[in-house]
Design a protein around this ligand. Structure first.
Ligand code: KG4
Ligand code: ZN
Length: 334
C-alpha cells in the first residue's frame, strides 16, 4: 500500500489540528477524507467573563496549561496514537499573538518529535473549511459570510484552497457588536448566545435600531452599538422590564444588516450558493433569515481545531524541520 510521509495510507492522512488564536484551547483529529475523529474545545469564557472580554495575557497563560491535556484528550477520543498522525496543523494567525504562539510552539514540538510536516493555517481559511468536513460537506463555488467575534467578511470561494474577500466591516465585527451589546444590557460574556436566548422572549419591533448601509459590500456595526448605548441610558431603571425587547430589536438590526448585504453580494457576484460560518453563524435568527444558505454545523461555528485540520488539507505543509523558525501573525494580510 502507498504510504504518505507519516505512515498513514496515501490519500487518507490523519491530521492533528491545534487552535489557540483567542480564548478557546482546541485540538482535533481529522482524516484526509474529512471525517472528524475527535474535536476537543476547552473554552476559557468563564475565566474572562468578569472582565467582559478576553484578556490576552490571561488567555496565553491558560493555553499553556491546557494545550497538553487537550491534545491528549483529542488523541484519546479519536483512538489514535501520536505515532499514527501524518500531519500537524496549527493556526498561525490572525489572532492574539501570545495565544497563537502557545499553539504554534506546541505544534512545532509535536511535529518535530515525530519528524512530521507542519501546516500553518490561516484562521479565516479554517472557518471557511469548517464547511468541508463530513457529513454534509459543501463544495465551492459559493459566496461565504464569515461572521465571528474578530471578523466579518464576505468572501468569494471558488476552490477549497482559498478565497477572495469582497466585503469587510469598517469598524466592529458582528460578534463584537453582540458581545458589546450584551455588556450594555448587563448580560454575560460571550454575549452572542445570551442575546440569542433572551431575544426569543422579546419583541423585535419594540425599538428601532439603525442598519448601516455603507457603500459597496462592507458592513458597519458601530452605529447600532451606540444607538443601544443611548437607549439603555434613556431607559434608566426601566431597563430591567425592557431588556428582552432591547435584545430582540438589537439582534434584528444586526441580523438584517448581515442578511441584506449577503444577499446583495450573492446577486452582484452571480453566486447560486450562499454559506455562513463563524461564531455568529450559530445565531438562530440569522439561520432563519437565510433559509437557503448552507450553515456550518453548530459545533463547528465557534472556534475549534477540526476546521483548522480541515483547512490543512488544502494548505502547503512545511516539511520537517523547515518550520522551526515559523512565526505567528496577529493581523490578517491586507
Ligand atoms: O468564531 P468565534 O468563536 O471566534 C472568533 O474567531 O472571533 O466567534 C465568537 C463570536 C462571539 O462574538 C460570540 O458572541 C458570537 O461568536 N456568537 C454568537 C452566537 N454564538 C456565538 N453570536 C450570535 N448568536 C449566537 N448564538
Ligand atoms: Zn474564529
Amino acid at each position: 500500500m502507498a504510504r504518505s510521509r507519516g505512515g498513514g495510507p496515501l490519500g487518507n492522512r490523519v491530521i492533528l489540528g491545534l487552535e489557540t488564536s483567542c480564548d478557546e484551547t482546541a485540538a482535533a483529529v481529522v482524516s484526509e477524507d474529512g471525517r472528524v475523529l475527535s474535536n476537543v474545545v476547552s473554552s476559557q469564557a468563564r475565566l474572562h467573563e468578569r472582565y467582559g472580554g478576553v484578556v490576552p495575557e490571561i488567555a496565553s497563560r491558560r493555553h499553556l496549561e491546557l494545550i497538553s491535556p487537550v491534545v491528549r484528550e483529542a488523541l484519546l477520543e479519536a483512538e489514535v496514537e501520536l505515532e499514527s498522525i501524518d500531519l500537524v496543523a496549527v493556526t498561525a494567525g490572525p489572532g492574539l499573538i501570545g495565544a497563537l504562539l502557545v499553539g504554534l510552539a506546541a505544534a512545532k514540538g509535536l511535529a518535530w518529535s515525530r519528524r512530521l510536516p507542519l501546516a500553518p493555517v490561516d484562521h479565516l481559511h479554517g472557518h471557511v473549511a469548517s464547511l468541508y468536513l463530513e457529513p454534509g460537506a459543501v463544495d465551492p463555488p459559493f459566496l461565504c459570510l464569515l461572521a465571528s467575534g474578530g471578523h466579518t467578511l464576505l468572501v468569494d470561494v471558488q476552490e477549497r484552497g482559498g478565497f477572495r474577500t469582497v466585503g469587510t466591516t469598517l469598524d466592529d465585527a458582528a460578534g463584537e457588536a453582540f458581545d458589546k451589546g450584551a455588556r450594555l444590557l448587563g448580560l454575560g460574556y460571550p454575549g452572542g448566545a445570551e442575546i440569542d436566548r433572551l431575544a426569543r422572549e422579546g419583541d423585535p419591533k419594540a425599538f428601532s435600531f439603525p442598519i448601516a448601509r455603507v457603500p459597496g459590500l462592507d458592513f458597519s456595526f458601530s452605529g447600532v452599538k451606540t444607538a443601544l448605548l443611548y437607549q439603555v441610558r434613556d431607559l434608566g431603571e426601566e431597563l430591567d422590564a425592557r431588556r428582552a425587547d432591547l435584545a430582540a430589536a438589537y439582534q434584528r438590526a444586526i441580523v438584517q444588516a448581515l442578511a441584506e448585504r449577503t444577499l446583495a453580494a450573492a446577486e452582484q457576484l452571480g453566486a447560486d450558493c450562499i454559506a455562513v460560518v463563524g461564531g455568529v453563524a450559530a445565531n438562530t435568527e440569522l439561520r432563519a433569515a437565510l433559509p437557503d444558505a448552507a450553515f456550518a454545523p453548530l459545533e463547528l461555528c465557534t472556534d475549534n481545531a477540526a476546521m483548522i485540520a480541515s483547512a490543512a488539507r488544502y494548505t502547503d505543509a512545511l516539511p520537517y524541520p523547515d518550520y522551526l523558525a515559523l512565526d505567528a501573525y496577529a493581523a490578517a494580510a491586507a
